[in-house]
Design a protein around this ligand. Structure first.
Ligand SMILES: Nc1ncnc2c1ncn2[C@@H]1O[C@H](COP(=O)(O)OP(=O)(O)O)[C@@H](O)[C@H]1O
Length: 192
């Protein structure tokens, strides 16, 4: 099962990706998590992306495309993958298409979690206040606004991109976590 979870920051992609991982044995690949791990390690890559991420901007395509290309063919993805945070623009989606073409693999579905901007801002503020000292560098209101702007300008066009390919499934991301999971299971049954 090869899936993409699409949706704005704070839509709950990570939470649903973890649940899908348990359910199907497919591997969650979160570019945000991979980049944060590189920063935590203090690697050259981490140093390169740290400031960009803190500002809520996108890191260069070649960096995230390489991160994904490396993992998608690894044994951990033997049962498939759940992409969370990638692709984030059309050029990344085209790169993914080429990668999958080379492997002879295909995407089963792209699941869009639909959420209102206002609800997102309050979710992120809540996340920031709950995490206190451990807050992510980009979980402040300015960076969030920037991330939402980038989402609308660069990532939202992927809704039409995958809609045209006939593999887009939209669920209501504002429902509670279990209800979102159930909706995803339902749309996957029809996608199989
Ligand atoms: N596919 C990607 N392309 C470019 N930058 C990315 C990508 N994935 C993650 N990032 C960087 O990591 C940051 C955090 O991403 P992520 O963890 O997915 O959080 P969120 O969905 O809450 O914004 C982004 O704002 C961006 O700087």
């Amino acid at each position: 099962m090869n899936l993409i979870l699409l949706g704005p920051p704070g839509a709950g992609k990570g939470t649903q990706a973890k649940r899908l991982e348990e359910r199907f044995g497919a591997k969650q690949l979160s570019t945000g998590d991979l980049l944060r791990a590189a920063i935590a390690e203090g690697s050259e890559l981490g140093r390169k992306v740290e400031g960009i991420m803190a500002r809520g901007e996108l890191v260069p395509d070649d960096i995230v495309v390489d991160l994904i290309a490396e993992r998608i063919s690894s044994p951990e993805c033997a049962k498939g993958f759940i992409l969370d945070g990638f692709p984030r623009n059309v050029s990344q989606a085209d790169a993914l298409d080429r990668m999958l073409g080379q492997k002879g693999a295909k995407l089963h579905a792209v699941i869009e979690l639909g959420v209102d901007d206002e609800i997102l801002v309050s979710r992120i503020e809540k996340r920031a206040s709950e995490m206190e000292g451990a807050v992510r560098a980009d979980d402040n209101v300015d960076a969030l606004r920037k991330r939402l702007k980038v989402y609308h300008e660069q990532t939202a066009p992927l809704i039409a991109y995958y809609g045209e390919k006939g593999i887009l499934k939209t669920v209501d991301g504002m429902a509670d976590i279990d209800a979102v999971s159930r909706q995803i299971e339902e749309v996957l049954e029809t996608a199989a």
